[in-house]
Design a protein around this ligand. Sequence first.
Ligand code: GDP
Length: 343
Amino acid sequence: MPRRVDVPTLVDQVLANQRAGIARAVTLVESSLPADRPLARQLLAALLPHSGKAVRVGLTGVPGAGKSTFIDAMGCRLIAQGHKVAVLAVDPSSSRTGGSILGDRTRMGKLAESDNAYIRPSPSGGHLGGVARATREAMIIMEAAGYDIVLVETVGVGQSEVAVSGMVDTFLLLSLTRAGDQLQGIKRGILELADVIAVNKADGDNAGEARVTARDLSIAMKLINDESTGRRTPVLTCSALTKTGLDEVWQAVLDHREWVDKTFGLEKRRADQQVDWMWSQIEGSVIDSLRSTPELLKLGNQLEADVESSSVSALEASSEFLAAYARAVPGFAWAPDLSSTRQ
Ligand code: GDP
């Protein structure tokens, strides 16, 4: 049965920070039903002027690095300082079968109890582009609802981090100590994205090891950081369990944000992110449209086989495909389902 969504009511509920309304609004932007997209756009257009004021932080780390423990402890601390904290997640693999679910309330027990926290797990399934879009739009809802800190959690495998770094002000990598290095296999690409690194579990017998790891990582960052910016990624140690070093990590996040503002201008950086986002949405939709009719799909598959068997050159095949695409363009319904776009 189709759901009836009254957008103006939903807008009022979000702005009044009513949890049920916020949940419905997020469900709407997560929906992949084509009929829901115009409603979602209407909702976002109304909420957009009320958004943009939050500190947006991405948080990554391999499973077991302590992300949920960290978010729980840090979130409660920030709320005690008077903030309102939203936790979102991007996990296209949607590890609902086995492994932990990112942004799962039960993983952040104390924070989940607070009236000033809103925790939303990753939208399930689908392409990264669709999941990232939904999270980006959920962030607008959170900000409009008055959350002034938005944490976006992601599991450190690569693609999702690139997507998340395009929607946050600061990207924080939670790392394990050296002993776990081979296991955690932090990819260079993730180190490149990190604005702040915190070596977690710096407690008990592990404290010394954590300091050594932090020093090693700090040296590694010398090679990875872009020298022209003159900024070296700070590497700190902390313990989410004993809650030591958390204030310093948060201060490093705020310092980075201030550095971005001074160096590039925060608004300019966010505007650039929007431009990148616009193009990735356009590109994703155009790429999807290349396969959006049975004829094009068939032709694409046929040409792929021909090129593979060397019976047609790549150049000829691409021309043939593009010619067929150009003929088909007037027939396209140019309202592709954005939820299925790639990034
Ligand atoms: P996630 O998969 O990254 O969310 O990791 P979790 O937060 O679930 O933590 C994985 C395990 O490490 C749990 O058993 C936590 O209790 C433990 N843990 C998390 N942070 C710390 C820490 O700072 N010190 C110690 N000793 N254990 C921690």
